[in-house]
Structures are given as structure tokens and as C-alpha cells.
Design a protein around this ligand. Structure first.
Ligand code: HEM
Length: 273
């Protein structure tokens, strides 16, 4: 079976089935769709996740441990059978609103408050279930954000692509493009009283930095001495990774990155003209 990339050592891309659990994180969904972590998205071993983050994304060990701990904090539990093991319950559990997940994501719609008329429909929903309730974004008063990318937000992100890409015929997403996209999503939060708090704002810019680290080519600094266009992600890669949640056709393991680099890139995006 084809893995959807030109690299034969990558496990095949298998889209999620109706009972597979998925998260609002494209990086994790891609890992599940290529079987680096369980394809059903359930009972994820922290060690397996750390290994997958290093193998696929070339994330440093400290960074991989740090974000896996964030996952355990959001969705960790002890699985007792046949012996006690620490696990991330499900990818969907990471969609719990305002834990790591936040409003104004680039390609995911915001979590919607539940309409009072629907409350009784979901009151019997088992909060330990790894699966999302049928068609909603909350159970037992807890909001869950959508886990599928929104076609219209993806199209908006693609229309933010204005930077020449060295190998693609189409313009790609450069540093100033992703800054504009981030600001566009922040501005769209309504009412303004629900603007992102400091920590979720930092997460949101950090996620943009991770996109540039993992999918981009070229130098991060787009100064006058730089002959190229600076760091840029091809539109094809945006569509594959963020839209279809698979490794892009031209996938190669990115340069190593960790907490410091993500933070530096975040600063460079915020400063981009
Ligand atoms: C190299 C590793 C990773 C990369 C490149 C990455 C990248 C991203 C990106 C780009 C988004 C934003 C999607 C959007 O704006 O629509 C995102 C969201 C998210 N990520 Fe990851 N991620 C990584 C690892 C992880 C890990 C290990 C966890 C937790 C265990 C995690 C949890 C989340 C969550 C909960 C969100 C939703 C935040 C939101 O509301 O936008 N991520 N990630």
C-alpha cells in the first residue's frame, strides 16, 4: 500500500475510521494516521509518543517529554489491566476546551457553547468514553473543540500564502503570512471579552512556530542579506498536513528543533514585517 509520500520507509497513510479518536492537533493526528501511535487514537503510551515525536518531527528529547507531559496532564490516566500503566486516554480528550486547546486556531473552528435545549441529550454521555459524543462539542458541562480541520479556515490560510517557494509553482506561507493569519484569527474572536488569555495566546503563536519549523524550507531570518524568501511552507504541504492530516508527498525529516528554537521562531514570526 502506498504511504502517500516518496519515502518507502514511512508507514502507509490510513485515514481515521468512524470509531477512531482524533485530536485538534494535526501533528498527533498525522502520527496516528501513519500508525506511529495507535491508529484508533486510544490508550497512547507516553514512551511511544515521545519516540514518534523524535522519529517523525525530529523534536528534541526535552521538548518531546515536555509536550507529552502536557498531554498526560490533559488526558492522562492509569490503565490498571493487566498491570498499571500510564496512558493518554484518547486523542479526543486533548480537545478539552481551554486546557491546551484554545479558540482562534488556524484551521479549527472554536468550541461552541452548548445550547441549553441540547443539555439533556448529552447528560447521560459517559465522560470516560474515548469517543466524542455524536454531534456536539460538550459533555457534562465540559466543552470539546472540533477535531477535524475546517475547509473554510484551510482555504483562508491558503489565501494567506503570498511568499515565493523555491520548488513549488504556487506561493507558500512565509513568516509574515503566518503572522497575518494568526492576527486574522485573533481578531475574529467574538465577543472581544473572550480573547485568548496570555498562556493560550503563547500556545497559539507557538503552534505557528512549529508549523514553520516542521514543514518549512529556507532561513528563518528574512533580512536584506538573505537572497531567498526566508522560511516558507509550500501550499501543497499545508493542504496535506493541515488539511488531510497526512505526511506530505515530498516529506523529509525536518531539521531538529526544541523548546528554544520554537520560542525563537515564535519571536521572529511576531516581528515579521
Ligand atoms: C512536533 C510536535 C507537534 C507539532 C508540530 C504540533 C503542531 C500543532 C499545530 C500547528 C497546532 C494548531 C492547529 C490549528 O491551529 O488549527 C496544534 C494544536 C494542538 N496541539 Fe500540537 N503539535 C505537536 C505536538 C503536540 C503534542 C505532543 C500534544 C499533546 C500531547 C499536542 C496538543 C495539541 C493540542 C491540544 C492542540 C489544539 C490547540 C488549538 O486549539 O489550536 N501537540 N499543534
Amino acid at each position: 500500500m502506498s504511504n502517500g509520500t516518496s519515502n518507502p520507509s514511512i508507514p502507509p497513510f490510513v485515514p481515521p475510521g468512524p470509531t477512531d479518536s482524533r485530536s485538534p492537533c494535526p501533528a498527533l493526528n498525522v502520527l496516528a494516521n501513519h500508525n506511529y501511535i495507535p491508529h484508533n487514537g486510544l490508550d497512547i503510551s507516553p514512551l511511544q509518543l515521545i519516540r514518534a515525536l523524535q522519529t517523525v518531527y525530529n523534536a528534541s528529547l526535552p521538548f518531546s517529554i515536555f509536550i507529552t507531559l502536557a498531554g498526560l496532564w490533559t488526558a492522562g490516566y492509569i490503565k490498571w489491566t493487566p498491570w498499571p500503566k500510564l496512558r493518554i486516554r484518547s486523542l479526543h480528550a486533548l480537545a478539552a476546551h481551554n486546557v491546551i486547546e484554545h479558540d482562534a486556531s488556524l484551521v479549527h473552528e472554536n468550541a461552541l457553547p452548548i445550547h441549553p435545549s441540547l443539555k439533556s441529550t448529552f447528560s447521560s454521555y459517559d465522560s470516560k468514553s474515548p469517543y466524542p459524543p455524536p454531534s456536539i462539542s460538550t459533555h457534562q458541562g465540559k466543552l470539546f473543540a472540533p477535531t477535524s480541520p475546517s475547509p473554510s479556515l484551510l482555504a483562508a490560510l491558503l489565501s494567506d500564502c503570498t511568499t515565493p517557494h523555491p520548488t513549488s509553482p504556487h506561493p507558500g506561507l512565509g513568516m509574515s503570512d503566518i503572522k497575518r493569519a494568526r492576527q486574522r484569527r485573533d481578531k475574529a474572536i467574538s465577543p472581544p471579552s473572550t480573547k485568548l488569555d496570555f498562556i493560550h495566546e503563547a500556545f497559539a503563536w507557538g503552534e505557528s512556530a512549529k508549523i514553520m519549523c516542521v514543514l518549512g524550507v529556507g532561513n528563518f531570518d528574512d533580512d536584506d542579506d538573505n537572497e531567498g524568501s526566508g522560511r516558507v511552507v509550500s501550499a501543497e504541504r499545508i493542504k496535506a498536513w493541515l488539511g488531510e492530516e497526512r505526511l506530505p508527498d515530498d516529506w523529509t525529516r525536518p531539521e531538529p528543533f526544541g523548546i528554544l528554537k520554537t520560542n525563537n521562531v515564535k519571536g521572529l514570526i511576531q516581528k515579521a514585517a
